[in-house]
Design a protein around this ligand. Structure first.
Ligand code: BDR
Ligand code: CA
Length: 314
């Protein structure tokens, strides 16, 4: 069965790979639209980068919308030190042919959901949750239409990657994240505990580069850049490939292991702002709101990614 999804992203090299993986998987996923949000780099660049990925994949037909240019209540923090000044350093930037739709991303999300059957659309956020949190705030009537939210963000055992307590996507807009985590719809969460297992080692990137099609070349180029900063930071054999875990979970959930629990967002403390308090051992009465994913078959993940990227050469 094909499931309808909207990817809400801030490309970002790893967001870009998530887009490629979804675009390669049309038997499983019907991508209704891509909504861009500010995050890794400002909105002006994230929306352009999303459109560039559609160009590279030969999918100029996919509608791309620009959303919020700053978090709900706070100034924007970006991550050029990881992603480079374009957000997609590692490949050349082009002026994409894929058009930018005139509607605001939040309006697109609201209208698409209101028109849909109950529990029929999956939201896949891979950036700060500003667009989704704003949509929920503005039109709570969209909630019954959401089948589930499969997102990248947060951390428990791994600790934060932007502060000692917080992962980047949640830290950038903790107020939007709080809206989303309290919304009552099922959430599948890919935090750093799982994404830090998905390392883009030289060997894995080499297998992608060897595919020799434009999407694989772009992926290998972006992942090679992404590697420089993260391998030093984590002293690992490759950079974690965070965002595509969401799409891989939708295609092959059996690659992952997780547990249902409550996750709550810290929105007040200066010290631990954006922390995801994961009640892994059910030590509170707080209701289950998340399927917390904590482990993955990383080899199986890269086999899937490589097999799907090979399709762009057909
Ligand atoms: C998340 O932050 C961004 O830098 C990545 O694109 C990913 O979504 C990882 O913390
Ligand atoms: Ca991202």
């Amino acid at each position: 069965m094909t499931r309808k999804i909207i990817i809400d992203c801030d490309p970002g090299q790893d967001d870009a790979v998530a887009l490629f993986l979804a675009l390669a998987s049309s038997e499983e996923l019907d991508l209704l639209g891509i909504t861009a949000v500010c995050g890794n780099v400002p909105l002006e660049l994230t929306q352009r980068n999303a459109r560039q990925m559609c160009d590279i994949a030969g999918r100029q037909d996919v509608p791309v919308y620009a959303g919020c240019e700053k978090p709900m209540l706070r100034p924007l923090r970006t991550a050029e030190m990881i992603h480079g000044e374009t957000g997609i350093n590692g490949i050349d930037v082009i002026d994409p042919e894929t058009p930018l739709q005139s509607a605001h991303a939040v309006d697109f999300i609201i209208e698409t959901l209101l028109d849909a059957d109950d529990a029929s659309i999956i939201l896949v956020p891979t950036g700060p949750l500003t667009n989704i949190g704003t949509a929920i705030d503005r039109e709570p009537g969209i909630l019954p239409k959401i089948e589930q939210i499969v997102l990248m963000g947060g951390a428990m055992r791994e600790g934060g990657n932007r502060t000692p307590s917080a992962e980047f996507n949640i830290l950038v807009d903790p107020d939007a994240a709080d809206n989303v985590f309290r919304c009552g719809r099922p959430i599948v969460q890919m935090g750093l505990d799982v994404t830090h297992q998905v390392l883009s080692t030289r060997d894995r990137v080499g297998r992608i580069a060897a595919l020799g099609n434009p999407v694989a070349d772009a992926t290998a180029g972006m992942l090679s850049f992404f590697d420089r900063y993260d391998t030093k930071k984590y002293a690992s054999k490759g950079a974690p490939l965070h965002d595509p875990c969401t799409i891989a979970w939708l295609i092959r959930p059996e690659l992952f292991e997780g547990k249902d629990c409550n996750v709550s967002i810290e929105t007040q403390s200066e010290l631990t702002l954006g922390h995801t308090a994961v009640d892994f051992w059910h030590v509170t009465e707080r209701p289950v709101n998340v399927h917390w994913v904590y482990s993955v078959d990383a080899g199986g993940f890269y086999d899937l990614l490589t097999e799907r990227l090979a399709r762009f050469g057909d």
